[in-house]
Design a protein around this ligand. Structure first.
Ligand code: GLP
Length: 251
């Protein structure tokens, strides 16, 4: 796994955007996996800027979202479909409808999970999957204790995740959904490249486990150690509990 420690979120955004730009240059019809949360927002700003400048075009790119809350009404701004529309899709030249997510409004969530996995499999899964990480080590919404080989599934959010995400719901933990649909760890691992972004001290423990801990369902992101093309971008605060990283990170 490649670890890159950057001084600022802007530097992370720029280096991460370079990877996505290189991918789309090599493959204009690339399949991009997108993540929600605050960590990728500077990257999305940078991608929108490069698109405005005519440096990157997403006209041929399609995308799959990582996850979605279950139980939010269609127009809720924190529904990840709406979050991704606002923060990325509508700001770039990707055609409407080209970025898909799990259909958490489906009355049969299990069927929605099967359909989503099938769609991703038919598309050959993602060329590059953008990821954030939860303070409890989740990627997507794969919480501790789940299978390391899971496909897209209906999941239950931990108290930790609901409390972390309450800031998006007026600090009201009761307003945070209890369930989600998420790509599984197997699904995420099918992507040809994984690109994870983590900033801030709140992520330091999860990053230490991700990079230096044993592979374990207790810290789901650690499955990334098995991926041949994974890069992790962190700031010094998120890197602060690593034992072996020098200032340049390590490879
Ligand atoms: C949510 C998302 C994850 C994301 C995580 C971290 O739980 N489902 O995909 O990685 O938030 O969010 P943030 O970047 O805001 O810390």
């Amino acid at each position: 796994m490649e670890l890159v420690i950057c001084d600022t979120p802007e530097e992370i955004a720029s280096l991460a955007a370079d990877r996505i730009e290189a991918l789309i240059q090599a493959k204009p019809n690339a399949v991009l996996g997108t993540a929600t949360g605050s960590s990728p927002l500077p990257l999305y700003d940078e991608l929108a800027r490069r698109c405005d400048e005519g440096r990157i075009s997403f006209a041929g790119v399609t995308g799959f979202m990582l996850d979605e809350y279950v139980g939010l009404e269609e127009k809720h701004p924190e529904r990840y479909a709406n979050f991704m529309e606002t923060n990325l899709r509508s700001r770039i030249d990707m055609p409407k409808g080209a970025l898909q997510g799990p259909d958490a409004l489906n009355v049969d969530p299990q069927a929605a999970c099967r359909e989503y996995e099938e769609k991703m499999a038919q598309a050959g899964y993602c060329d590059l999957q953008i990821l954030g990480i939860g303070s409890d080590g989740h990627i997507g919404f794969n919480e501790p204790g789940g299978s390391l080989q899971s496909r897209t599934h209906l999941g239950v959010l931990t108290e930790q995740t609901r409390s972390d995400n309450a800031r998006f719901f007026n600090d009201d933990i009761d307003a945070v959904p209890t369930h989600c649909i998420t790509q599984g760890l197997y699904t995420i691992m099918q992507a040809r490249q994984l690109l994870l972004i983590a900033t801030g001290e709140n992520k330091a423990k999860a990053i230490a486990q991700l990079i230096e801990g044993p592979i374990s369902a207790a810290w789901p992101a650690t499955i990334m150690q098995m991926h041949p093309e994974a890069v992790v971008f962190v700031d010094p605060a998120a890197a602060s509990l690593l034992e072996h990283a020098g200032p340049e990170g390590w490879k």
